[in-house]
Every structure is written in structure tokens, then in C-alpha cells.
Design a protein around this ligand. Structure first.
Ligand SMILES: *Cc1c(COP(=O)(O)O)cnc(C)c1O
Length: 471
């Protein structure tokens, strides 16, 4: 499989290069040149496979011709063996027509694990084949950092440096990062805000000399391999509810548009999906786009669903590529214009096409809390604020088919929102409770580029000594 950039000017690449590159050299995002197709008969054959075996079948066309062809099945099996539910992404029935797809059974109790557990293994393997090392560097406002750490810990070819704003993440979020006792993991508490951390990371990636010495790589949501891994659970859930003979709909709590783009990809690959529903919080850029045909970003408003506090969804460009009829040059012009004015309008026919593909609804914090309260009262099931928005959007869409709402985090990760809704805090699941007493390990640094840069270069390891790692 070859991959092309949404902006048309970067060279097409194979899977290995796309995995290691992230952003294309023309500023675009990589997409497969064509979508693998699964017809109804093939889908029926896939119905009873365990999750990992289904994942291998769905993803194989994407890695065809790469250095992974042979070991890919083992990497996939290893990635999902660590999930704490045998179905990996189990379905739970909420109402006669409404289902919950629980994506939080990975090591950090949030859906980022589903993609990152595989991505960490793929990266490490690609680097080993090339006899190279890389440094994963990321800024986190809470959840992505721990998922990246769990995905990359103890992998010989990777050093990991995660920057978070000191004093501005929750106790659980901090401990999920600082209690990982692996020699290749470095957690940096930066004096500053999340934006400061992100600026530091950007500056490091733009520093030629640093790039040469550290080979920085990002595991953020624009990496194609993350989308690829997320396509699988749409197939798994739809097959479990009778696809391809019965179509289903999905409702996805959306931030960077990675998760819902994976659903769109599944549909392009032949999975019969009736409605694709986007749930947003008060940062409702996407619902406004689907209503008016204009993308217009404003200031980010902090909400109870912080992983969706995003105004410019980085993966949206992958969908715009289709709306621009795959004309990368024209899309590049449009994206440049958007960057300048934070505004982008599409023609009326394109807006109608977009509305054909997605429904989108926004919900504020009060509505989110009401949803959590309502479903707890009616079913005893506790939704985290992100999942509550997916359920609210599913209800509002009134689909004719069964609707599957994606539950992207365990409720215990958001105790403050739950307390607002039902006046008590959920108990921590096994695995989160135990980190509350483990020793923490992190380095506090001033938010200055030269200090952070020097710290990282000083702590880069040579290939990690296995005995030293067994802490
Ligand atoms: C990342 C995240 C989202 C948003 O997913 P996108 O792929 O960015 O749209 C939703 N909920 C939770 C809990 C998340 O961590």
C-alpha cells in the first residue's frame, strides 16, 4: 500500500515511512492511495473472529509491502493481550436501540490505548529493523501522556520524554505517568501551562541540530497508524450487531477528529454504517461547520470533557481531502487561507455532501452532567463526560438503526464531573487504585527551551540494558 499527502506536493510513501514520518513534508497528512474493500461475503466470514484476529485481517492491506508483513500478526496479538477484557472493546446495551462500545479496557483506562499499544510496538520494530533509535517527545494536558508512556515503556529503540504543566493535571493523571518505573521513560513537570509545554515541543522539533542528535518523533493523532488501529473496533462492533446484513450507526465524542475519521474510513472500506454522529462539547466548531458550511475557530473554552477542548481538529483535513475531490493543491491553498484567518468556507454542494456523511451536535457542561445523572439513574451505568456526550448525540440523532455510542474513558478518570452529577465519586478500578501508593519519579524544570533541550540530550540512553530495566 502507498500513502499520499492531503496537500499533493509530498512524495508518496510506504507504510514504514508514513509510520516514522507523521506529518508530510508539504504540511499535509498521509492517507492510503485507495481504500481496501470488504464485501458482504468477506464480512460475514469475519463475524466470529476474536478481536486481535479481526484486527489482523482488517489492517493487513494497509501494511502490505512494508517491512512488517511477517511479524505484524504477532505485534497485533501482543498489543491487545494486555487489555483487561477478553473482548478488548466490549459492547454494553444501554437501551433497546442504544449500545455503548467500551474502549477503555487498556492499561490507562482511555481509548488512546487501543491505537497507541499497537503504535508503540510498530515504531520499535521499524527502528530495530533499521538499527536506529528515536526519541518520543510529547506535551500532555492529561491523558495522552500516560497512554504514550504505557505504549513505549521498556522498548529498546525508544526514549520517551513527556512534558506536562506542573500542578495543572489531576493526581490520577500525574501518577499514571510518574509511577512508571522504566528506564526509558522521562516525565518532565514544566513550570507553565499546557500551551507552554506544546510550544517547547514544537521548538524542539524545529531545531535542526536537536533533530539530528535526538531523532524526535511524535505519537500524536495525525499519525496514520493510529487511525488504522481505530478502524478495527468499528468493524468489530458492527459485526457483533449483525453487519453486513443489518446496518448500524455510530456516535463518536470528537476532539481531533481521529476517532470519527476512522469510522468514516470503515464506511469507505465497505462497512454498512447508516449514520455517523459527531458529539462535541461547547467547543462546537464541527456542529457549526456541518450546519453552515463554514469552519471558523475561536478561543478554546475549558469544559468537563477536556480531551475534546479543541477548536482546530487536526484530522479534519483528511475528510476535507475528499470534499475537495482529492485535489491536494487546492486543499493546500484552502488550509493556508484557514491558517491566516481561522475561517474556511466550502461551496454549497460540498456542504451538502458533508452533511450527507455526518450529523453533528454540541452539548454544554450542564447537559453533559444531566446525561451522566440520567443514565446512572436509569441503568446504573456510569458514563465519563466524553462518553456522556456520545450518548447524548446518539439520542438526539434518533437513528432508525441500532446506534453504538463510543465510551472513550473510564468514569473514574473524571471524578469531579461525576461528583457534580451524582454526588459521589466512583471507586478507582484495579490498576488505578494501586498507583496511588507507588513512588513517583519526575523532574521539575523551568519552562525554558535551553533547559529542557539540555536535559533531554543529557538523558538520552544507549540501547537500554534489560537488567537495568527490571525495576
Ligand atoms: C482523545 C479523546 C477524545 C477525542 O478523540 P479524537 O480522536 O481526538 O476525536 C475523546 N474522548 C477521550 C476520553 C479522549 O481521550
Amino acid at each position: 500500500m502507498r500513502y499520499i499527502s492531503t496537500r499533493g506536493a509530498a512524495p508518496s510513501l510506504g507504510f514504514d515511512e508514513v509510520l516514522l514520518t507523521g506529518l508530510a513534508s508539504d504540511g499535509g497528512l498521509y492517507l492510503p492511495q485507495s481504500w481496501p474493500q470488504f464485501d458482504a461475503e468477506t464480512l460475514r466470514d469475519l463475524r466470529d473472529l476474536p478481536y486481535a484476529e479481526l484486527a489482523i485481517r482488517i489492517m493487513s492491506p494497509f501494511v502490505k509491502g512494508s517491512s512488517f508483513e511477517k511479524e505484524f500478526p504477532d505485534l497485533v496479538r501482543a498489543a491487545y493481550a494486555g487489555f483487561n477484557h477478553p473482548a478488548v472493546t466490549p459492547l454494553v446495551q444501554l437501551d433497546s436501540h442504544l449500545w455503548l462500545l467500551e474502549l477503555f479496557h487498556g492499561p490507562t483506562f482511555a481509548f488512546k490505548d487501543v491505537a497507541l499499544q499497537l503504535l508503540g510496538r510498530l515504531l520499535n520494530s521499524a527502528l530495530q529493523t533499521r538499527k536506529e533509535r528515536a526519541t518520543v517527545i510529547g506535551a500532555t494536558s492529561g491523558d495522552t501522556g500516560s497512554a504514550a508512556i504505557e505504549a513505549c515503556r521498556d522498548r529498546d529503540s525508544l526514549d520517551v520524554f513527556i512534558l506536562y504543566p506542573h500542578g495543572r493535571v489531576s493526581d490520577v493523571q500525574r501518577r499514571q505517568m510518574t509511577t512508571v518505573a522504566s528506564a526509558n521513560i522521562h516525565v518532565l513537570a514544566i513550570d507553565g501551562t499546557f500551551d507552554d509545554c506544546q510550544d517547547l515541543v514544537k521548538a524542539l522539533f524545529n531545531d535542526e541540530e536537536f533533530r539530528r542528535m535526538a531523532q524526535p518523533t511524535a505519537v500524536n493523532s495525525i499519525n496514520w497508524a493510529r487511525i488504522m488501529a481505530q478502524i478495527v473496533y468499528y468493524f468489530a462492533a458492527a459485526l457483533a450487531l449483525g453487519a453486513p446484513d443489518k446496518p448500524v450507526s455510530f456516535s463518536v465524542p470528537t476532539g481531533n477528529f481521529g476517532n470519527v475519521f476512522a469510522a468514516y474510513a470503515a464506511r469507505r472500506m465497505g462497512l454498512p454504517i447508516e449514520r455517523l454522529i459527531i458529539g462535541s462539547n461547547s467547543n462546537d466548531v464541527l456542529p457549526r461547520f456541518f450546519e453552515h458550511g463554514t469552519l471558523s475557530a475561536t478561543e478554546v473554552v475549558p469544559t468537563l470533557s477536556p480531551s475534546m477542548d479543541i477548536q482546530v481538529s487536526s484530522n479534519f483535513e483528511r475528510f476535507l481531502f475528499d470534499l475537495w475531490e482529492q485535489n491536494g493543491t487546492a486543499l493546500a491553498d484552502a488550509m493556508t487561507e484557514f491558517k491566516r484567518g481561522q475561517r474556511l468556507s466550502v461551496a454549497a454542494n460540498a456542504a451538502a455532501l458533508a452533511r450527507n456523511q455526518f450529523l453533528a451536535f454540541g452539548f454544554n457542561d450542564q447537559q453533559t452532567v444531566e446525561q451522566i445523572r440520567k443514565w446512572y439513574k436509569n441503568t446504573g451505568i456510569l458514563l465519563d463526560p466524553h462518553s456522556a456526550i456520545a450518548v447524548a448525540a446518539a439520542t438526539k440523532a434518533q437513528t432508525k438503526t441500532p446506534c453504538i455510542a463510543l465510551a472513550t474513558a473510564h468514569p473514574a478518570k473524571f471524578p469531579a464531573a461525576i461528583k457534580q452529577a451524582i454526588d459521589f465519586t466512583p471507586s478507582l478500578p484495579h490498576g488505578l487504585a494501586e498507583i496511588m501508593t507507588k513512588p513517583e519519579r519526575f523532574t521539575r524544570l523551568a519552562g525554558q527551551l535551553d533547559i529542557v533541550r539540555a536535559h533531554i540530550l543529557k538523558h538520552l540512553s544507549q540501547p537500554v540494558d534489560k537488567k537495568r530495566m527490571a525495576v
